[in-house]
Design a protein around this ligand. Structure first.
Ligand code: TRP
Ligand code: ZN
Length: 477
């Protein structure tokens, strides 16, 4: 009797175990509240190798992407994000693997299953023109690989990486990269990290770039053009390589000449520069934006020629290397942690170079549109929950930056800069959320800041700043 009970018990327990251990398909998303289908669950990518040829006449890219990953669950199948292209073969640990596609989800079958903790490698061979056959390829967000007359740039924030390579497309899964990009001579290729080697063939040249620091997929960039390289150094011998089009070379040298000083300044303010290199790439094309692609920020030709407030934008993209690239978002909803911080960092650079009065004037000028109902409407929304289809509205930049300034006025300079340094130190090379920043601010200041953050992040009307005598205007009736 007793024996039978024990035998039954053993049977139930082992049944339970087998059931819990049964391999499942990985989740098709990473739980981002704004973009539930971005990224995928069940595995963690450590390294990507992008081996791609580019055809100048057709803009066809063809080749193979290999990723080295580790299963985080027992998997029967798992997904990547990938849109468009013809896939010719997929190999999982050197055996052909079945796959299916639906929208941005590419599902790979793991015929033998993958066990929790198991390392695997996956190679996907594909070719095609980026965007071909993809519905709504052009919309508000960047779509990755972009052809212009002089070459190619890649700008993917927040979800464009999947439009040019198969990827776990969410900042929660950062990975290191190796790029082997083959182009017709004499094109030049600039990508993230360090140039490891070039190999010349009859008519083509292969550029091998390596990024030893993990990158979020939206910050991965490949640029093809007729670049001239400027090599300089930042603090402690940090390599700086700038890729400029010959047409704007002389002006670009001037526009970016304070980069080493800026790196030194931000390193003092926030903590050491996080990566193995820095520099910029300038597309010979008029872009309406700049992007903080990791170790190699991307600019358009007019900004590089000194148009607009270019020193401010140069500082902004550099500051993102700390806030956005090293400290990454856990969720896209928290985009103000990137844009508010970079905007305020550029203002701090202005304070550093032009003094307190110029800085005060600058911050006041930023406040005015926030506080003017006719201007604020739709353009400067509360930064804590921007609309997913208007993620980069002015509110996350300007009101996000003003939130930080209001915090500084409230807790004082010493506590404020200690908050920035502590937050950076704690979340560098990792991911953070708004709640993490609030927790650091409360811990360092010793104050209850719940109401302060609540109103700055979510109130429809911008809070008053009595310390500066600033009041939002009343809406007209
Ligand atoms: N992060 C960019 C900046 O520094 C803005 C941006 C958002 C962007 N999405 C983009 C740039 C897509 C290029 C492509 O302000
Ligand atoms: Zn920015």
């Amino acid at each position: 009797m007793r024996k039978i009970t024990i035998a039954l018990l053993v049977m139930f327990v082992s049944l339970g175990i087998t059931q819990a251990k049964e391999a499942q398909p990985g989740a098709p998303g990473l739980g981002d509240s704004y973009f539930p289908d971005l990224g995928n669950g069940g595995y963690d990518v450590r390294h990507y190798t992008l081996n791609l040829d580019w055809d100048e006449a057709t803009n066809v890219i063809s080749g193979a992407v290999t990723l080295e990953a580790t299963a985080t669950h027992d998997l029967s199948a798992f997904n990547l994000d990938f849109l468009g292209f013809d896939i010719s073969a997929i190999r999982l640990d050197d055996a052909p693997a079945g796959f299916s596609r639906s929208g941005r989800e590419l599902t790979i079958e793991a015929a033998d299953g993958l066990k929790t903790g198991q390392d695997f490698s996956l190679t996907i061979a594909y070719s095609g023109v980026p965007g071909d056959g993809v519905p709504r390829y052009y919309d508000v967000f960047a779509r990755g690989w972009t052809r212009y007359e002089g070459g190619v740039y890649v700008a993917s924030e927040p979800n464009g990486a999947a439009f040019w390579y198969p990827v776990n497309d969410h900042p929660l899964d950062k990975a290191t990269y190796r790029f082997e990009i083959t182009v017709p001579q004499p094109y030049v290729v600039a990508a993230n990290g360090l140039l490891a080697e070039t190999r010349e063939d009859d008519d083509t040249i292969t550029y091998v770039w390596e990024s030893h620091d993990p990158i979020a997929s939206y910050l991965v960039t490949v640029n093809i053009g007729s670049f001239v390289v400027e090599q300089t150094q930042g603090p402690d011998g940090l390599p700086i390589r700038n890729y400029f089009p010959p047409r704007v070379f002389q002006q670009a040298i001037v526009t970016f000449h304070r980069t080493p000083e800026m790196i030194a300044f931000f390193s003092d303010m926030f903590g050491p520069y996080p990566f193995e290199a820095y520099g910029v790439v300038v597309a010979d094309h008029n872009l309406s934006f700049a992007l903080e692609t990791q170790t190699l920020s991307l600019f358009g030709s007019s900004a590089a020629a000194g148009g607009g407030n270019s020193e401010n934008v140069v500082a902004h993209e550099l500051a993102h290397q700390w806030f956005g690239n090293s400290v990454s978002l856990a969720e896209w909803k928290d985009i103000w942690l990137n844009e508010g911080f970079a905007t305020y960092a550029a203002a701090l650079w202005l304070e550093h170079t032009q003094g307190a009065e110029a800085f005060d004037r600058y911050m006041r000028d930023l406040y005015l549109p926030l506080a003017t109902p006719a201007l604020a409407l739709g353009r400067f929304l509360p930064p804590g929950n921007p609309p997913p289809d208007n993620l980069f509205n002015g509110g996350v930049y300007v009101r996000g930056a003003w939130l930080l300034h209001a915090l500084r006025l409230r807790i004082g300079d010493e506590a404020f800069f200690s908050v920035l340094r502590t937050y950076y130190d704690r979340y560098q090379y990792a991911n953070a959320a708004t709640a993490d920043f609030i927790a650091v601010a409360e811990e360092i200041s010793g104050q209850d800041l719940a109401a302060f953050f609540e109103s700055w992040l979510y109130d429809e009307r911008v809070p008053e700043v009595p310390e500066m005598g600033l009041k939002p205007l009343s809406p007209r009736r």
